[in-house]
Design a protein around this ligand. Structure first.
Ligand code: NAD
Ligand code: AHE
Ligand code: ZN
Length: 368
């Protein structure tokens, strides 16, 4: 079949809207009509050539929601008509990682996913006979995409696609980092570096967990008002703060119980660790750093009890947790609507990247 898609032909070049050829689902795969997709900073980072796994030409996008239109042989957990969210972190429930109960990082298809291919080692997308790669196993910047059955979460049919798509990455990553990874407790002090599409969700997760001080840090002053909407109690702009770490340590009477990096900047990651409380404070890295970047600190920071951890997809097990997070949204436990600042059609998708880079948007969503 044919599908309209925004293709990343080259790094650092705008996406091009073209009609691609798409092969139907093979055994264990499903064809999904994507109804809406968010644009996450990770898409921009890959398009900018900063991802060591980045491949071109490819169909980016990993924050979608849609409807199953066809299933391949052997598919039993979803059927045509089901509403689903594609999962860049699948959940096979059979691999060593899934069975460990210790991680959400299913390994069943990670090797081929990182090569931009389906589990059988081939791509379903092509353009004028040339292979076009999948991205993060999702490729939601295409109106139709093919996904492994283990990489779709079935969701309720009354959830609006243009909001539910955000659960495919940003909402789950931010809220899950607080509830699954950090397991923030009532009364904890929390610091969030970077108040964008992920950081604001960390804030709302911290408020939901009953955190005491919720400190937001961002170099963009307009994020103060945004943070306050989602539970932030104090705002720090590093541009007009002499020593960010010392200031946070003072604000929190010795340091944060938990800090979260949502910037991808390795210097910020160091500050996030060092503003944690001696003896127990834990810093969680969410931000994705540019290829080649490394983190550093004095080992003494860890010797004296600070902990450095990371999280992917908020520690969520996709097929199990994503439907519950959609329920949280539908029941009013978490907010999504105010964070979706821009909605556009596919032919305007490059505007979403400009809005993100200029700091004007929180989340842009493309509706097909
Ligand atoms: P975004 O562009 O919406 O937000 C980034 C925010 O960080 C902006 O508000 C920006 O002003 C702020 N910022 C930039 N530099 C800063 C600095 N030096 N100090 C303080 N604030 C600074 O991006 P996003 O979509 O929220 O994504 C944030 C990061 O999380 C990205 O690196 C993205 O790749 C990553 N991410 C990781 C996961 C995961 O599973 N680990 C999931 C989604 C996104
Ligand atoms: N491919 C990169 C790393 C990119 C990365 O860390 N991706 C996160 C999700 S970001 C979503 O917006 C992730 O899930 N990582 C776990 C995984 O298995 O990819 C690199 O550095 O090679
Ligand atoms: Zn993302």
């Amino acid at each position: 079949m044919k599908t309209r898609a925004a293709v990343a032909f080259e790094a650092k070049k705008p996406l091009e809207i073209v009609e691609l050829d798409l092969e139907g689902p093979k055994a264990g795969e499903v064809l999904v009509e994507i109804m809406a997709t968010g644009i996450c900073h990770t898409d921009a980072y890959t398009l900018d050539g900063l991802d060591s796994e980045g491949l071109f030409p490819s169909v980016l996008g990993h924050e979608g929601a849609g409807i199953v239109r066809e299933v391949g042989a052997g598919v039993t957990s979803v059927k045509p008509g089901d509403h689903v969210i594609p999962l860049y972190t699948p959940e096979c429930r059979q691999c060593k990682s899934c069975l460990s109960g210790k991680t959400n990082l299913c390994t069943a298809i990670r090797a081929t996913q990182g090569k931009g291919l389906m589990p059988d080692g081939t791509s379903r997308f092509s353009y004028k006979g040339q292979t076009i790669y999948h991205y993060m196993g999702c490729s939601t910047f295409s109106n139709f995409t093919v996904l492994p059955e283990i990489a779709v979460a079935k969701i309720r049919t009354d959830a609006p696609f243009d909001k539910a798509c955000y659960v495919g990455c940003g909402v789950t990553t931010g809220v899950g980092a607080v509830t699954n990874t950090a397991k923030v407790q009532v009364g904890d002090n929390v610091v969030v570096f970077g108040l964008g599409g992920i950081g604001l969700n960390v804030l709302q997760g911290a408020r939901m967990a009953g955190a005491d001080k919720i400190i937001g840090v961002d170099i963009n002053d307009s994020k103060k008002e945004w943070g306050e909407k989602f539970g932030m109690t104090h705002f720090v702009n590093p541009k007009n703060t002499k020593d960010v770490v010392a200031h946070i340590v003072e604000l929190t009477d010795g340091g944060a119980d938990y800090s979260f990096d949502c910037t991808g900047n390795t210097d910020v990651m160091r500050q996030a660790l060092e503003c944690c409380h001696r003896g127990w404070g834990t810093s969680i890295i969410i931000g994705v750093a540019e290829a080649g970047k490394e983190i550093s600190t004095r080992p003494f920071q860890l010797v004296t009890g600070r902990n450095w951890r990371g999280t992917a997809f908020g520690g969520a097990k996709g097929r199990t947790d994503v439907p519950k997070i959609v329920d949280w949204y539908m029941n009013g436990k978490i907010q999504i609507d105010p964070m979706i600042t821009h909605v556009m059609k596919l032919d305007k998708i490059n505007d979403a990247f400009d809005l993100m880079h200029s700091g004007e948007s929180i989340r842009s969503v493309v509706v097909y």
